[in-house]
Design a protein around this ligand. Structure first.
Ligand code: NAP
Length: 241
């Protein structure tokens, strides 16, 4: 039985992936920070093992994640999003919280799991399409995901000799508790089921980058090729709408 470890399995994209991979016959190591919440949405079963740890605590992650050996796939998906509502009154604690969970938390997981990924295995890190363009209020979230983009691409080079394929996952908007809080239009938003299918398909094909939905990604990619001054004016206009 193949083994997959997924962080952020108590909600949204991670929960959907855990359900789908368990239905596909994998042994799923489902990570969450809240044991009761995880048990309520994804009860432990023959092929579902819970791993409870808060990514923000290196000690917690090392103690609880290191024990899972012989991993075929690892998906580092857990993350948080907070917006900077008033850039001039910059909230550096908010920046620290977001960087801590999304970047340092991912680093804690890498330290715990990388020695246990099998040759021929796969590592995937969930970033976002947000890194294609600077967006209003996304200073902290976008910066954290840009850091993950670089981290993931560099890891892909350094883990190749170990025969570990690395994928960068870049979702557009997905309907999850994370986006339920958004009070702005979310073009191209997809269901969590669709997101799960796109990720599994991309991982099966061992793609270096898994992006979806393709229409929204292409639109942002084209905008990212505009002169930066033009994007700046467009982005300013979107804020005023
Ligand atoms: N939804 C989107 O539109 C979208 C778009 C692009 C990228 N993404 C990325 O996709 C990933 C999953 O997002 P989602 O939409 O599925 O969000 P979600 O429903 O809010 O799920 C986030 C998961 O991360 C876990 N988590 C957060 N902080 C943690 C910590 N310190 N320690 C351990 N676990 C922690 C949460 O645990 P709790 O359940 O305990 O809170 C939850 O399981 C994130 O990295 C997000 O940035 C999402």
């Amino acid at each position: 039985m193949k083994r997959i470890l997924i962080t952020g399995a108590s909600s949204g994209i991670g929960l959907e992936l855990a359900k789908k991979y368990s239905a596909l016959g994998y042994q799923v190591i489902a990570c969450g920070r809240n044991a009761e919440k995880l048990a309520a949405v994804l009860p432990a079963a023959d092929n579902i093992i819970h791993c409870i740890c808060n990514l923000n605590s290196r000690q917690d992650v090392l103690v609880n994640m290191c024990k899972f050996k012989k991993l075929n796939i690892v998906i580092l998906n857990a993350g948080t999003c907070e917006y900077i509502n008033d850039a001039q009154s910059f909230d550096s604690e908010l920046l620290q919280r977001v960087m801590q969970t999304n970047v340092v938390g991912t680093g804690n997981c890498l330290q715990a799991i990388l020695p246990n990924v099998l040759a021929g295995g796969q590592l995937a890190i969930v970033s976002s399409v947000v890194t294609l363009l600077p967006l209003s209020r996304a200073e902290a979230y976008g910066a954290s995901k840009a850091a993950l983009d670089y981290l993931t691409r560099a890891l892909a080079i350094d883990l190749a000799p170990k025969k570990i394929d690395v994928s960068l996952i870049r979702p557009g908007f997905v309907a999850t508790p994370l986006t339920d809080k958004n009070n702005f239009p979310m073009p191209g938003i997809v269901t969590v089921e669709r997101a799960g299918e796109a990720i599994i398909d991309g991982l099966n094909k061992r793609r270096r980058e898994i992006r979806f939905p393709s229409g929204f990604y292409c639109a942002l990619k084209i905008l990212s090729l505009l002169p930066s001054g033009l994007w700046h004016r467009l982005a300013r206009r979107m804020v005023k709408i």
